[in-house]
Design a protein around this ligand. Structure first.
Ligand SMILES: NC(=O)c1ccc[n+]([C@@H]2O[C@H](COP(=O)([O-])OP(=O)(O)OC[C@H]3O[C@@H](n4cnc5c(N)ncnc54)[C@H](OP(=O)(O)O)[C@@H]3O)[C@@H](O)[C@H]2O)c1
Length: 243
């Protein structure tokens, strides 16, 4: 059984990726989430509606112990399952000016994005290397590329994942494993629902927020065999924001 795991697959961009990969029917879809069970169940129902199979794996990607426990038990119970596609999508924001930033807001954002990338990817990497094929896609952000005021923690977390993407890509390229980052700008999801699109769209050349499905199309391409010679890249998807 070939599988794709999407962290933070319950809502927003992660859900759109689950559904896009489900449409293609190449993979059993592993939907990770941490708190919103209803949303995860809804994503699984939609995956099944599309004719694919999937299951839900609940764990906090930033919690190494919990991640290892859940993934370890899952792998034990599914000895023939092979995770070929890893989408490190789980992420949070805790915005605020740096001068007022609390250490918990710094740490939780870095922990989810950066340690989340480590905890999940490190669990699977030896299996991918043995398989001599794999796709790792890391969801970063325009903030991790150009920096965004009010998001020093988030910019640092995403920027760090950009560095990790470039380094790991070089380590594993010979085994046909690609590692790329996708850097969205403003995408219409729960994360941006408080934002005033009418005001913010003025700084987006495309003059609108993007849709989660548009990001999912890019991720599906990077996850496919067609993207074999693209690795170590950061692909911006932001309606033309210069970054
Ligand atoms: N929306 C944007 O404009 C935008 C722009 C650039 C980059 N991004 C990045 O794209 C990714 C997805 O964003 P989104 O807009 O789809 O966000 P979202 O709507 O807030 O959804 C976040 C998803 O991540 C999951 N999650 C959060 N913390 C987690 C953890 N510790 N362990 C496991 N799952 C966790 C959530 O699960 P629960 O349902 O259980 O809470 C949810 O499925 C993030 O990495 C974000 O930084 C978003």
């Amino acid at each position: 059984m070939k599988c794709a795991i999407i962290t933070g697959g319950s809502r927003g961009i992660g859900r759109a990726i689950c559904l896009k990969l489900a449409e293609e029917k190449s993979y059993h879809i592993l939907i990770n989430y941490t708190s919103n069970e209803e949303a995860a169940k809804e994503t699984l129902a939609k995956v099944v509606e599309l004719g694919a199979t999937g299951e839900i794996l609940k764990f906090d990607v930033g919690n190494a112990e919990e991640t290892l426990k859940v993934l370890g038990e899952w792998q034990e119970n599914n000895a023939d399952a092979l995770v070929e596609v890893i989408v490190n999508n789980a992420g949070i924001t805790r915005d605020g000016l740096f001068m007022w930033m609390k250490s918990e807001d710094w740490n939780s954002v870095i922990n989810t994005s950066l340690n989340g990338f480590f905890n999940v990817t490190n669990f699977f990497i030896q299996k991918l290397l043995r398989n001599k094929y794999g796709r790792i896609i890391n969801m970063v952000s325009v903030s991790g590329v150009k920096g965004t005021a009010g998001q020093t923690n988030y910019s640092a977390a995403k920027g760090a994942v950009v560095g990790a993407t470039k380094a790991l890509a070089q380590e594993v390229a010979k085994r046909n494993i690609t590692v790329n980052a996708v850097a969205p700008g403003f995408i219409r999801t729960d994360m941006t629902q408080e934002f005033n699109e009418d005001e913010l769209k003025a700084m987006i050349p495309a003059n609108r927020f993007g849709e989660a499905e548009e990001v999912a199309d890019l991720v599906a391409f990077l996850a496919s065999r067609k993207a074999s010679y693209i690795t170590g890249e950061v692909i911006n998807i932001n309606g033309g924001i210069y970054s």
